[in-house]
Design a protein around this ligand. Structure first.
Ligand code: AMP
Length: 192
């Protein structure tokens, strides 16, 4: 599969997250999956790319040309696709990928997650979406979504469109066989 990994550009994050990103990348390569990502050399993006690279997997960077300056892009990608804008880049990431992992990130990652989920909700694609919830990073976001659902701003059916786990193996198992696994909803019911 071509798996798109979204995640933080910030390098100023705890090692536990980077280690999880690297483990995700290594396990992807071991299973024969290719990485499609925003091309960043730092943070969770760099961690996932290092893992895939270490495992000998294929890496495609999709980034706007203005990121093509020293140190921003991961230097060992097999392919570099440049776009004019961030929007075009997001579209290409979506088009070229068979499934999506949302790893811990900031506003750029939130934007990518909510766009891909919105498009799934509207049946614009049928590709699986999994959240890598390392150290429970996404609990607050999931609680916000649960609140939106409780107050009827969002249908609870959206929870059936995402899978949530802190284990990279489970996240990849889900992307490979989305029909076979429990969805995030069972965990979300427990959120206060
Ligand atoms: P953030 O979560 O705010 O760090 O933004 C990360 C997301 O936005 C990534 O998934 C990328 O697709 C994109 N992005 C933001 N900054 C960069 C960067 N320096 N290099 C590559 N992509 C970036």
């Amino acid at each position: 599969m071509n798996i798109c990994v979204y995640g933080a550009a910030s390098d100023n994050i705890a090692d536990v997250y980077k280690k999880a990103g690297e483990a995700l990348g290594e396990e992807m390569a071991r299973r024969g999956h290719a990485l499609i990502f925003g091309g960043g050399a730092s943070g969770m993006m760099g961690a996932a790319a290092r893992g895939v690279s270490r495992g000998g997997g294929h890496i495609t960077s999709i980034a706007p040309s203005f990121f093509d300056v020293d140190g921003v892009l991961f230097p060992e990608c097999d392919e570099y696709i440049f776009t004019d804008t961030m929007r075009e880049r997001k579209q290409k990431l979506e088009d070229l990928s068979d499934g999506f992992v949302i790893s811990p990130g900031g506003v750029g990652t939130f934007d990518e997650f909510f766009e891909i989920l919105t498009l799934r909700q509207l049946n614009r694609h049928q590709k699986p979406i999994a959240i890598l919830n390392t150290e429970g990073y996404y609990e607050y976001m999931l609680a916000m979504m649960k609140n939106a659902s409780d107050l009827h701003f969002m249908t609870p059916l959206n929870f059936d469109l995402i899978y949530v786990s802190d284990r990279v193996e489970d996240v990849l198992d889900y992307l490979e066989n989305p029909g076979d696994m429990f969805h995030g909803i069972s965990e979300l019911r427990d959120l206060k």
